[in-house]
Ligand binder design. Structure first.
Ligand SMILES: *Cc1c(COP(=O)(O)O)cnc(C)c1O
Length: 339
């Protein structure tokens, strides 16, 4: 099977499995796992932040950020189709007890003026706005890279109003490799950053959150409360370190494969590529083929290719290191055949 449903399906590489086997470990709740400590140091350094924390998933990282930055009853400004708002089971309200307020973005980017106008003023009736979240790359916008200038302006708006900013950078490395802008430049425009080791970077498990030392000290307690204080977790942090050592630059290959796939799909009758393909995600509208996304995906599966139903008319393909150039060509042949 050629699995293009998501970049989360990547299996750990040989070197990751070996690193897990030989990893030096200790009890991480006591801060004594040297492998986790190395991973956290390396991640903080890459992002230009004081400290980082290994968490079980991107979702847990985002939830911990809200718990650490906000107080119950606060309001958080989010992009209307952000992962946190759409796909985290309502965790911001259920766990952090915050109210969410959305701003509709363009290709994932919120208008800074609208963000500014959405921040609550002082009024006895109002909740307190305490946090703004951004997402880069933006998943539902098809792996769109947020312009750095957009992030800078929103960060400035936040600081002018004493707010914190969290960056959901599940695919921040794709943004950096795609744009050529260093991770640090993006991370500068957020007080906390979350990124996933288990997507395009290919590690089996885990995410990182990073920020100031004070933020991470407080975040560590929330992680413990959520049941994310793990023991000899160097076993899974070791593949994460390998991901950061070996798999960053090669994301460019996934982006190239996505372009090849998108160009090929765009030439097929009945198929429209809906997004500007900047990184590793392609969203295609299949309505004109006469197939529903479900039947399209089912038919494609019978040809040995897995894609994901994304919307009422759309299907998503995500490239990653377990899909080769040759398999991209095979995918195009399979799509042509089912049409
Ligand atoms: C995947 C993803 C997450 C959540 O990560 P999990 O590890 O699956 O919990 C958060 N934000 C964005 C933008 C994502 O794409």
């Amino acid at each position: 099977m050629i699995d293009l449903r998501s970049d989360t399906v990547t299996k750990p590489t040989e070197s990751m499995r070996k690193a897990a086997y030989v990893a030096e470990v200790g009890d991480d709740v006591y801060g004594e796992d040297p492998t986790v400590n190395r991973l956290e140091e390396k991640a903080a350094e890459l992002l230009g932040k004081e400290k980082a924390l290994f968490v079980t998933s991107g979702t847990q990282g985002n939830q911990i950020a809200a718990l650490t930055h906000c107080r119950p009853g606060d309001e958080v400004i989010l992009e209307a189709s952000s992962h946190i708002y759409m796909y985290e089971v309502g965790g911001f309200s259920a766990l952090a007890n915050v109210q969410t307020r959305t701003v509709q973005g363009v290709r994932g980017a919120m208008d800074p003026v609208e963000v500014k106008n959405t921040i609550r003023t002082e009024n006895i009736h109002y909740p307190t706005t305490s946090l703004i979240c951004m997402e880069n790359t933006h998943n539902l916008a098809g792996g769109a890279i947020l312009p750095l200038s957009n992030m800078q302006t929103i960060y400035q708006v936040a600081k002018d109003n004493n707010l914190q900013v969290h960056l959901d950078g599940a695919r921040l490395f794709n943004a950096s490799v795609g744009s050529g802008i260093p991770l640090e430049e993006y991370a500068k425009n957020a007080d906390s950053v979350q990124f996933c080791l288990s997507k395009g970077l290919g590690a089996p498990v885990g995410s990182i959150i990073a920020g100031t030392e004070d933020f991470i000290n407080r975040a560590r307690k929330w992680r413990k409360m959520l049941g994310g204080g793990l023991r000899q977790v160097g076993i899974i942090a070791a593949p994460g370190l390998v991901a950061l050592e070996e798999n960053i630059d090669r994301l460019a290959e996934d982006h190239l494969h996505a372009k090849v796939l998108a160009d090929g799909l765009a030439n097929m009758s009945g198929i429209t590529v809906e997004n500007k393909v900047e990184t590793n995600i392609i969203i295609v509208n299949v309505k004109e083929t006469g197939l529903t996304p479900e039947t399209f995906v089912e038919a494609l599966k019978s040809k040995g290719v897995l894609a994901g139903v994304f919307g009422l008319e759309t299907v998503r393909f995500v490239t990653h290191y377990d899909v080769s150039r040759e398999e991209i060509e095979k995918t195009l042949v399979a799509v042509q055949a089912i049409i």
